[in-house]
Design a binder for this molecule. Structure first.
Ligand code: NAD
Length: 248
C-alpha cells in the first residue's frame, strides 16, 4: 500500500459533525480532505477525486450518495442515522458492491458500552428489567438516537427478542404493569448535550447502570477517520465499529 494520504470527501460538511471531521482530519497526516460538500453542491463533480466518503449528513441523502459510490467504486463511512427500513435496505444492497462502515456511534467508549451491554445480561440473568435512556442537544432531528436504537437491539438480541416487537418508546397513561420482556427506550432533548446514553438493569434489591457521556464531537470524528483508514484495505461488505476495533 502506498504512503500517500487517504483522500476523503466529507459530505454534510457544514454540519456539526462534518466540521469536526474536517478539523480532526487536518491533524492527521494519514488522510487529506480533498473535497467537502453540503446541500446544493454536486456530489458527482467531486466524487471521482476521493478514495473514501465520510458522510454525516441526512438520511434522505443516502440513496443519491450510495448510487454514486457504487457506480464509481468508492468506499463509504456512514455516520448518518435515522434511516427508514427501506433506506437501510439500500445500505445493505450497496455494501454487496462496495466496502462500507456504518455505525450509529464512532466513539471507542460507546463501542465499549455496546460490548458491556451485551455481556452484562449474560451475568445478571433474565430477572433484571432493561431500560435505555439517551439525551441529546435540542437541535437533534431523529429519536431515539441511532446509538440508543443499537443498544436496544443488542439488549433484545441478548435475550432472544427483537427490537421491533419489544422496544417500548416512552410511557403515558394507565400502561399497566411492566412486561418483563419489554425494553424501555426514552429520548431526552435539551441544551447542547453532545450525547449521553445509559443502560439500566433493574433487579429486585439492586440496580446496575452503564453510562457513557460524550463531551466532544471529536471522539466521533476521529473514530470515523480511523474507520476510513481501516476500510481502505477491505473487500466489499457491511462493517461496523465493532469490526474496526476488533471487539467481535
Ligand atoms: P447537522 O444538522 O449539524 O449537519 C448535517 C449537515 O448535512 C447539514 O450541514 C446539512 O445541510 C447537510 N445535508 C443535509 N442534506 C444534505 C444533502 N442532501 N447533501 C449534502 N449535505 C446535506 O447534523 P449533525 O449533528 O452533524 O449530524 C449529522 C448526522 O450524523 C445525523 O444523522 C446524526 O444523528 C449523525 N451523528 C452520528 C454520529 C456517529 O458517531 N455515527 C455522531 C453524531 C451525529
Amino acid at each position: 500500500m502506498s504512503d500517500a494520504p487517504l483522500k476523503l470527501l466529507v459530505t454534510g460538511s457544514l454540519g456539526r459533525m462534518g466540521q469536526a471531521v474536517v478539523s480532526c482530519a487536518a491533524d492527521d497526516e494519514a488522510v487529506t480532505v480533498v473535497h467537502q460538500i453540503d446541500v446544493g453542491d454536486s456530489l458527482l463533480a467531486v466524487l471521482p477525486a476521493c478514495d473514501t466518503v465520510i458522510d454525516f449528513s441526512f438520511h434522505a441523502f443516502t440513496e443519491e450518495l450510495l448510487r454514486g459510490c457504487v457506480d464509481l467504486g468508492k468506499s463509504v463511512v456512514m455516520g448518518t442515522t435515522g434511516h427508514s427500513d427501506a433506506e437501510w435496505k439500500l445500505v445493505e444492497g450497496a455494501s454487496a458492491k462496495i466496502p462500507m462502515v456504518c455505525a450509529p456511534n464512532f466513539s471507542v467508549g460507546v463501542n465499549t458500552l455496546f460490548w458491556m451491554s451485551r455481556k452484562a445480561p449474560e451475568i445478571l440473568g433474565s430477572g433484571f428489567d432493561i431500560e435505555v435512556t439517551e439525551m441529546h442537544h435540542r437541535l437533534k432531528k431523529d429519536a431515539p438516537s441511532g446509538t440508543a436504537k443499537r443498544l436496544a437491539e443488542i439488549l433484545a438480541e441478548s435475550r432472544g427478542l427483537t427490537y421491533n416487537e419489544h422496544a417500548q418508546h416512552g410511557r403515558e397513561g394507565i400502561v399497566g404493569e411492566r412486561p418483563s420482556q419489554e425494553i424501555g427506550v426514552h429520548a431526552l432533548r435539551g441544551g447542547d448535550v453532545v450525547g449521553d446514553h445509559t443502560v439500566t438493569y433493574a433487579g429486585m434489591g439492586e440496580r446496575v447502570e452503564l453510562t457513557h457521556r460524550a463531551s466532544s464531537r471529536d471522539t466521533f470524528a476521529n473514530g470515523a477517520i480511523r474507520a476510513a483508514k481501516w476500510l481502505h484495505s477491505k473487500p466489499a461488505g457491511l462493517y461496523d465499529m465493532q469490526d474496526v476495533l476488533d471487539l467481535k
